[in-house]
Design a protein around this ligand. Structure first.
Ligand SMILES: [Fe+2]
Ligand SMILES: [Fe+2]
Length: 166
């Protein structure tokens, strides 16, 4: 890892453990698997925002801020789907999301609604931060210029979402 990236990851995103830079090379072996996982991540980001809007519908600021994110994440899903179709790939089955599944137990289930909302927003911030970091890795590690740019734009967008949820 370059020192520049490590500072980036720690200071900007607050992630304690950076992704191994070799991950991007591994991922280039199966772009289809990466795009499939990515498509479902975008889909889940959109549906999570919808759930938050439904659950906290009386919170005007939250509804106002999250409504456009739903559109954006769904747009991301469609962009990824388009890349798959261009290559003759189908969306395929969703894989178990080990990362998210291990984060969810840290959310408080009982207690004040404020605390539960806080945990949900922080979980979303973490997921966005990790996505942003992975997209950065892909934008730097992939060989294909088109895909580098493709992931660079995702990286910027997810960085904005991280900031919003945080
Ligand atoms: Fe997204
Ligand atoms: Fe996002």
């Amino acid at each position: 890892m370059t020192p520049e990236l490590s500072t980036d990851v720690k200071n900007i995103l607050g992630l304690q453990l950076p992704t191994d830079p070799r991950w991007a090379q591994v991922s280039s072996i199966s772009l289809e698997a990466i795009l499939t996982d990515h498509a479902y991540c975008e889909q889940k980001a959109a549906t999570t925002c919808i759930s938050l809007i439904q659950r906290y519908s009386e919170r005007e600021k939250l509804v106002k801020e999250l409504a456009p994110i739903v559109t954006e994440e769904w747009g991301h899903f469609r962009m990824v789907l388009n890349e798959m179709h261009k290559r003759g790939w189908k969306l395929g089955k969703q894989r178990k999301d080990e990362y998210v599944n291990r984060l969810l137990p840290f959310q408080r289930k009982g207690g004040a609604i404020e605390e539960r909302l806080l945990d949900q927003l922080l979980t979303m911030a973490l997921i966005e931060a990790r996505s942003c970091e992975r997209f950065k890795r892909l934008s730097e590690g992939l060989q294909d210029e088109y895909l580098k740019n493709f992931y660079r734009r995702f990286m910027e967008s997810e960085a904005g979402h991280y900031t919003l949820f945080y």
